[in-house]
Write a protein that binds this ligand. Structure first.
Ligand SMILES: C[S@@+](CC[C@H](N)C(=O)[O-])C[C@H]1O[C@@H](n2cnc3c(N)ncnc32)[C@H](O)[C@@H]1O
Length: 254
């Protein structure tokens, strides 16, 4: 995996108006123009409501992990432009540590799973909290892909600062790129998705994964955290759900 993605991800290339237009166009194609415009107004209204100092204070509720590890993964310290872009891509929110470790423990208990065989990939990795948490396990390699340069920059800072006695994987990288165009490595993978895309983006990622599995058959697991668009993954011919709770679903390659 190379580092050339960063050039394609200069801040000016991710425009708010282009993101909003693409978001609206995809919704209009599915639900019609009136419904898409209503959803746009409602999303913008929610964005304004979410910008009050009170709401910002509430977002600091996710900062306990940062106190423990002296990193910056909280959603509270995200600038307004990146939050607005989040309306049209997916708002940044870090995965809770207890839930992450519960998901990995459940997979290890239910599947034949040897960590060093697998590459852990988080598509839509934000400030990189899952990358840090995944490094507690002896994965072969850990990769995060984040669209927004400021979040990716925070992730890279976190990777360089992170210190934990329990760290077992040190081959970690966070790259700035559009994850819907990510080319999967040919090794076995654990793919982590915490609602990173609107429906059209998720469909593209699942199609890319299916094509990659067809070209290079191998074991793959998908953790889908907060599976709001579960029907999209459930339609996949290459992945079958193996277990889940109301908070996540886990899929395995057939
Ligand atoms: C809900 S957050 C999840 C953060 C992280 N995976 C975690 O679990 O802690 C979703 C992230 O996906 C990113 N995102 C949205 N669209 C993306 C795209 N096309 N490519 C890469 N990242 C994207 C957002 O910027 C946001 O940081």
């Amino acid at each position: 995996m190379d580092g050339n993605h960063d050039a394609a991800c200069a801040p000016q290339t991710i425009s708010v108006s282009r993101s909003a237009w693409r978001w609206w166009k995809n919704l209009a194609a599915r639900d019609g123009r009136v419904a898409a415009t209503r959803q746009l107004l409602s999303a913008l209204f929610e964005f304004v409501r979410d910008s009050t100092p009170e709401r910002r204070r509430q977002r600091y509720g996710d900062a306990e992990y940062d106190w423990d590890y002296r990193v910056n993964t909280t959603s509270a310290a995200v600038g307004w432009r990146d939050r607005l872009l989040g309306v049209f891509h997916s708002p940044y929110q870090p995965t809770e540590a207890a839930l992450f470790h519960e998901m990995i423990a459940a997979l290890s208990a239910k599947a034949r799973f040897d960590f060093p065989d697998f590459i852990f990939i988080d598509l839509g990795s934000g400030k990189g909290r899952t990358l840090l948490m995944a490094s507690d396990y002896p994965f072969r390699h850990i990769v995060g892909v984040e669209l927004l340069p400021a979040l990716n920059y925070a992730a890279q800072e976190n990777l360089s600062k992170y210190h934990s006695e329990s760290q077992k994987c040190f081959a970690i990288e966070s790259i700035c790129a559009d994850a819907t165009e990510f080319a999967f490595p040919v090794e076995p993978i654990v793919l982590f998705l915490f609602n990173p895309f609107p429906e059209f983006g998720l469909r593209r990622v699942i199609a890319n994964l299916e094509q990659s599995l067809q070209e290079h058959p191998r074991r793959a697991y998908v953790f889908y955290h907060n599976p709001l668009l579960e029907h999209v993954v459930a339609e996949s011919v290459a992945m079958k759900k193996i277990f889940g709770t109301h908070q996540y679903a886990v899929y395995a390659s057939d």
